[in-house]
Design a protein around this ligand. Sequence first.
Ligand SMILES: Nc1ncnc2c1ncn2[C@@H]1O[C@H](COP(=O)(O)OP(=O)(O)OP(=O)(O)O)[C@@H](O)[C@H]1O
Length: 258
Amino acid sequence: MHVHDLWKSFGPQAAVAGIELTLPAGRFIGLVGPNGAGKTTTLSMVTGLLRPDRGTVRVAGHDVWADPAAVKARIGVLPEGLRLFERLSGRELLGYMGRLRGLPGAEVDKRAAQLLDVLDLAGSQHKLVVDYSTGMRKKIGLAAALLHNPEVLFLDEPFEGVDPVSAQTIRGVLERYTRSGATVVFSSHVMELVESLCDWVAVMAAGRIRAQGPLVQVRGDAASLQEAFLTLVGAGARQPDGALDWLGGGGAGTGVGA
Ligand SMILES: Nc1ncnc2c1ncn2[C@@H]1O[C@H](COP(=O)(O)OP(=O)(O)OP(=O)(O)O)[C@@H](O)[C@H]1O
């Protein structure tokens, strides 16, 4: 996947400021960055959901904005703030998504049953999506994104709000998927997670890419990815002397009514 000179501004603010990215196929890739770094904006432009102001994106051999249908047939997306058809059951949702993807009915049934089983949703498959928990929604969203066996899967914060058991289940499915040669790109600000899952990372801050490459290379001599990340994004010197000196101590010393 190649991203060239990609820009997006909201009013005067550049959310993504001219990024260059070359992501290898068949890898587990983490896009990391602090809140507001531009990860979601980048993933939205890369997956054809948000039109860039400038720049090009090629995914799975096609230009996302010149040939969106070709790209969308080859990718799966689990977006942030996932919107699902709430009044369908999980099973119906997968059936519907499979048919939208042009898969034959019998194949949709087979794949849906297997995905529901592996993701531990078989027992809830007839429940309406509106009644699913946050973790269940992530899992049914993941099942819908995998149903057509995409070449590349994009996940925006896939583990947010997910309990450890469900996270382990999702992780297992993703590891199996990448072992077969497919590519996963996911965004997160949880460094431990990225470090344990990914073999390739891109670090983003304030709309720019600060580093990209194999995990070991980006981590360099730092003890952890977290440490390397804090150095890269220039964090750590945010609290001037005296800031928040009123905080703590159970409300004493406010000088108000004392
Ligand atoms: N639709 C929008 N309108 C205005 N500003 C936006 C919009 N979407 C994003 N932004 C701004 O662009 C910047 C990047 O936001 P983005 O959501 O891409 O960051 P992020 O790295 O995904 O953050 P987080 O980890 O908190 O989800 C932020 O300053 C945000 O306020």
